[in-house]
Ligand binder design. Structure first.
Ligand code: NAG
Length: 269
């Protein structure tokens, strides 16, 4: 077990290094102008808030200043989304993420309405992404306004419901009625569980947390190692639509483990 844990920590650092080296790779003017061109095109990232967020994040990593035009148009779209009566959880979540980067001016009351939408949806959630968006949204709200009193109800119950979608190899299913599981979904699940731990006012049942830790160890049994020392999580399932490549799957797992380690540090030692 100790050997396995040491391996986990090693692999984890190897993965983090891979990610960091991508981020700190020297960015040239040509990268910047390519990104700007992409942003300006009509089928560019503004098609939805998810890709808008990804583009803004890319801009940040590349060190490109966001113009007043971009700020105005994204903030307008963020505000429209946050105020909409019919918006879904996913768009709300991505609007809050974009807002986190741009710090748009948003009235405090708007946040209250969103908070109760997320909290209510947690009561009826059963699919992994429903948990992920609702919990992620509440974490973003709390980051933005730490004084908010977020009430997620029975935290153990939520973690149990998310945990129920995990498979024996540490991969997760998106919903109980679809048999496919993936590394990408594992990263999503671990981020959601980490969010529950950070939002919960009481401690989460220790045996539940221990079970999640076991899932993480199982995940590492499925890791691919390359001659150059890189590690990657490669999905066994290759379906044409919506298939995430190894980079996206690995990034998702790393985000999940990082988030989980941050809220329960003693459990990954
Ligand atoms: C924690 O969960 C385990 C297994 O699900 C259960 O047996 C135990 O009673 C729970 N402990 C508490 C304090 O609720």
């Amino acid at each position: 077990m100790v050997g396995k844990l040491a391996f986990l920590v090693l692999a984890f650092f190897a993965l983090t290094t891979v990610c960091q080296s991508t981020i700190f790779y020297p960015v040239s003017e040509s990268h910047r102008s390519a990104a700007l061109e992409l942003f300006a095109s009509s089928d560019g990232p503004f098609v939805n808030l998810e890709s808008t967020y990804e583009a803004l994040r890319t801009f940040e990593v590349l060190g490109i200043e966001k113009s007043a035009d971009i700020r105005f148009s994204v903030c307008t779209s963020v505000l429209d989304t946050l105020k909409s009566e019919t918006v879904n959880l996913k768009d709300l979540f991505h609007a809050l993420r974009a807002n986190g980067l741009l710090k748009c001016e948003i009235n405090y009351e708007v946040y209250g309405g969103i908070q109760s939408k997320f909290e209510d949806s947690l009561n009826s959630a059963s699919a992994l992404l429903d948990f992920y968006y609702a919990i992620g949204g509440l974490v973003l709200l709390k980051d933005h306004s730490p004084e908010l009193k977020v009430n997620i109800g029975d935290a153990d119950k939520i973690v149990r419901s998310i945990k129920a979608l995990s498979q024996s190899d540490g991969r997760w299913q998106l919903t109980s009625n679809k048999p496919e599981s993936s590394f990408d979904a594992s990263g999503i699940a671990l981020q959601a569980i980490a969010g529950v731990v950070s939002l919960s006012t009481s401690e989460i049942n220790h045996s539940l947390i221990a079970a999640v830790k076991t899932d993480i160890l199982k995940l590492f049994d499925g890791i691919e190692k390359y001659d150059d020392g890189a590690y990657s999580f490669e999905e066994k399932l290759v379906d044409a639509s919506g298939h995430q490549g190894p980079l996206a799957a690995s990034a998702s797992v790393v985000r999940g483990i990082t988030a989980f380690a941050a809220v329960s540090p003693e459990t990954l030692n």
